[in-house]
Structures are given as C-alpha cells and as structure tokens.
Design a protein around this ligand. Structure first.
Ligand SMILES: [Zn+2]
Length: 409
C-alpha cells in the first residue's frame, strides 16, 4: 500500500483558521446547524474545496460534496463528517473528519495520484441535533431514513424551520438529496469516550455502534403541604423517579458488560420547596452493542417502574419512544482500516462506539466504517474537547491509505 505524505503544518494552519469561525472565549466553537457561523464555516470549506480542484455540489438538505474524478466512472469512494457544533461545543468533533478528508485530497494532489474510482468528500448537515432534532438529519435524508418535507419542517426553539433557515443561509441546493450508488464510506472522528487514551493508543478501527432504547416515563401522585402531611400518607412522584434512577444504575451494573443507562431529563410539578411533588416526567436512555441485552434491560426497567409506582401509590405511564438496533459496520471496510493502520505502523484497537454517527446511516446504503482518534479525558460536546495533533495526523494518514486502497481495488 502506498504511503501518501500528509502535510501536518498545512492541515494545522487550516484547522486553526477554521476554528476562528464562531470561536468562543474558552477555546471552543459555537456553530450550531444553519447559524450564521455555520454558514461562514460552510463558505470556508467550499472555498478550500474549490482551491483543491474539487467540484462542489450542494444538495436539497445543504449537504456539501466535493468531487475528484478518477480514471474510471462508477460509484465514488465517499468520506467526510460534519462541521456543525453543539452550542459552545468543541473544535474537534466532526471538524477533524472534514478537514482531514480535505488534507487527504491535497496529499493526493501533491503526489500526483489519480485514483481509479472517483472520490467525494461529504459534509453532512445538522449532525449534532442540538438546534434541530433529530440529529444526523442531513445523512438521514440522504439515506432515505427521513423524507425531505419532514426534515424541512423541523423547528428550533425560536420557531424557525430547518427549511427556512437553510434557504436563509443560501445552502438549499438543487442536487436531489437521495440515496445514490457509492462504493463505500469512511469517517474519521474523535472517540468521545476514554478508552483510547486509557490504553495509550492513537487509533481505533470502529466495528460498529451501540443499539439503544429511549423511554419517556411519568409518575402521577398527589401534591400536598410538605409540613403537615404524614409520611405514610404521601404519594410522592419524585420517590418514583428516585427508585427508578437507582434501578437503572443497578441493572446497568449487572445486565451486561457494555450496557449503559442514563436518566438525563427530569421535570417535576409543582417543583417547589414546600410541596410534595405531584407529577414527574423523566427519560431513560439504555445502550448496548447486544440487542438482547437492551431488550432484557428495557423489560427489567419496566418492571421496576411498575413496582416503584405500586410502593408509593402512584399512577404511571411508560412509553418506549425509540428503539434502534446495534449497527455493525461492513467487515470489508473495517479490515481496510485495520490494514491501513498496520501499513502505517501504528498501534490500535478495535472499538464499538457508544454514540451514533452519520456513518450509521451511510452504512445502510453502502459499505461503511470509521476511524477513531482519542479524546483527552473522554470529553466531547464541551469547549475543553481536545485531541493531540499527532493523533489527528495518524488518523488522517490512515484515512488516506484506506481511501486509496478502496479507490484502486
Ligand atoms: Zn460528531
């Protein structure tokens, strides 16, 4: 396998310049989807793509593609990530995958390499799902998971729709956003977890992504004065939340080694210091790479909810609002990444991702896999998100080798 040279200084200059767009005081970036800062970031990427002789096209969802022709026609090797951020998010999430992809193309240009297959870089719209839900909306429409009208109607907290905002920033393109034939898809991304750093490894070949269940739960009790009401006469909705939260922790500790569970959102009524809580609404997020582990955990949690309600004399409702199976990536693409890592002489491990990515949707229409680089302290979605520069360059070298391998097979 050829060892294309990455220009680390060029990449870093670009990375630093790019992250001045929407920069925050604390070293992060604030570029939520379809914001003015997101538009400026898009403009910058398009300018760089064109300077690298890529042919740029924008689709109906504002997904940006930069194409480099090969010596043959046929489906392209696609690779990329996203450039929208969380509110006051980090500089690395998504950005390393897009600017790394650009550096790969620049390195091919430098080396005078023309691949057999065409190459395309993809920049997906609204990956983060922080301003418009759900997340991974651009790749979701591209892969026919959501339809276009649904995506356009998504509304932010100020009442702006995705469609209107896309038009406002000038990125409602005319290329149809729909599945098309692709040879494969690669995405380099920060791990967003602690494993690589703990193991002292620069890289992971990502084998797949956890499946998950989301539940909405409510308890209905009785409000009353916190002073005169004896303890044995209370129907306290918060006690239900507390019992179930403890159960989630207990079950995730016993059900399977990779099972994780979170009660992340709680609303309480009337939410006052001297009133017994009458109503509570909360969410449960359960994830594992083993679908049967998720299924068993959901059933056990539902039993716990019923038992907690009975103990406290509460009415309850429990609805599973989303269930997504674990998603194994394509074995061929995983092995291409492994071979690319080994050809570059790096140490690595194989990992399963706890977080979803655009690559999950791409994996439904073409063979896909991912490359992870470490997240210092396992932190992401925060301004302090950090990845060592050497690790980013290692990931970019591996991306270059993997793309070259797939583009010449
Ligand atoms: Zn991301």
């Amino acid at each position: 396998m050829s060892t294309v040279q990455i220009d680390g200084a060029r990449f870093r200059d670009r990375f630093d310049a790019f992250n001045e767009i929407g920069a925050t005081e604390n070293g992060g970036v604030n570029r939520p989807a379809l914001s003015d800062a997101n538009r400026a970031a898009r403009d910058q990427v398009v300018e760089w793509f064109e300077a690298a002789d890529l042919t740029v096209s924008i689709d109906e969802m504002g997904n940006i593609f930069g194409r480099r022709e090969g010596t043959q026609d046929g489906p392209p090797v696609l690779f990329g990530s996203h450039i929208d951020s969380q509110y006051n998010g980090g500089r690395f999430d998504g950005v390393v995958g897009v600017l790394g992809a650009l550096e790969v193309v620049e390195a091919f240009n430098d080396a005078g390499i023309t691949t057999d297959r065409p190459l395309e870089i993809a920049v997906w719209s609204n990956e983060e799902g922080v301003r418009f839900q759900p997340d991974m909306l651009g790749s979701g429409v591209f892969c026919d998971v959501f339809d276009l009208e649904y995506a356009y109607s998504r509304t932010d907290k100020d009442g702006h729709t995705f469609g209107d905002e896309l038009e406002r920033i000038g990125y409602k393109g005319d290329r149809p956003c729909e599945p098309r034939e692709l040879h494969c898809y690669f995405e380099m991304h920060v791990e967003q977890g602690p494993f690589l750093e703990q193991e002292g490894l620069p890289l992971a070949a990502v084998e797949g992504v956890f499946g998950f269940s989301w539940m909405n739960v409510s308890f209905e009790g009785q409000a009353n004065h916190a002073g005169p009401t004896p303890m044995n006469m209370r129907k306290d909705a918060m006690i239900g939340v507390s019992d179930v939260t403890r159960a989630v922790r207990r079950i995730t500790a016993t059900e399977g080694t990779d099972l994780v569970g979170t009660v992340g959102s709680v609303d309480l009524w009337p939410n006052a210091i001297n009133v017994i809580p009458e109503r509570a609404e909360f969410t449960i997020d359960l994830r594992s790479y083993d679908n049967s582990v998720v299924e068993t955990a959901v059933q056990r949690i539902q039993d716990e909810i019923e038992a907690a309600a009975a103990r406290e004399g509460l009415a309850y409702e429990c609805e599973e609002i989303m269930r997504v199976d674990a998603d194994p990536f394509d074995q061929g693409c995983i092995e291409t990444v492994v071979e690319a890592i080994e050809s570059r002489g790096y140490e690595y491990t194989r990992l399963v991702s706890g977080a979803g990515h655009d690559a999950n949707y791409l994996n439904t229409i073409c063979p896909s896999s991912m490359i992870f680089v470490p997240s210092v302290d396992g932190i992401s979605h925060r301004e302090s998100e950090f990845t060592e520069w050497d690790d980013i360059l290692a990931g970019t070298e591996v991306l270059a080798s993997a793309v070259l391998s797939k583009a010449t097979e």
